[in-house]
Design a protein around this ligand. Structure first.
Ligand code: SF4
Ligand code: SF4
Length: 114
């Protein structure tokens, strides 16, 4: 069991989730975060902290599509993130938009933890 970050995070990246995760299992891309499925302890505390409701349990029907992306990029592609960085200035503009993966997904890694 794990929680999964969906495309609702793309370009919203508020990073409130990072602060609350007890096992630091978030990983950072250029414009979204993901969860390492093998490190998540399924505690659920991050889910209500996410403003655009991008985090879902893997029992949610939406999760299946995004689980593979979370696994692929957290496994050696993107760096671990342990502290909250600054949200993008235009984050609210992208909140709730449909089809963000096709329009904006970036495979580049993020660098908040330096
Ligand atoms: S709080 Fe939600 S939108 Fe923000 S970085 Fe975490 S998963 Fe993404
Ligand atoms: S469910 Fe718990 S362990 Fe998993 S990512 Fe969220 S806060 Fe971290």
């Amino acid at each position: 069991m794990t929680y999964v970050v969906t495309e609702a995070c793309i370009k919203c990246k508020y990073m409130d989730c990072v602060e609350v995760c007890p096992v630091d299992c978030f990983y950072e891309g250029e414009n979204m975060l993901i969860i390492h499925p093998d490190e998540c302890i399924d505690c659920g505390v991050c889910e209500p902290e996410c403003p655009p409701e991008a985090i879902v349990p893997d029992t949610d029907p939406q999760a299946e599509t995004w689980l593979e992306l979370n696994r692929e990029y957290s496994d050696n592609k993107w760096p671990n993130i342990t502290r909250k960085g600054e949200a993008p200035a235009d984050a609210d503009t992208f909140r709730g938009q449909e089809g963000k993966y096709e329009k904006y997904f970036s495979a580049n890694p993020g660098n908040t933890d330096g």
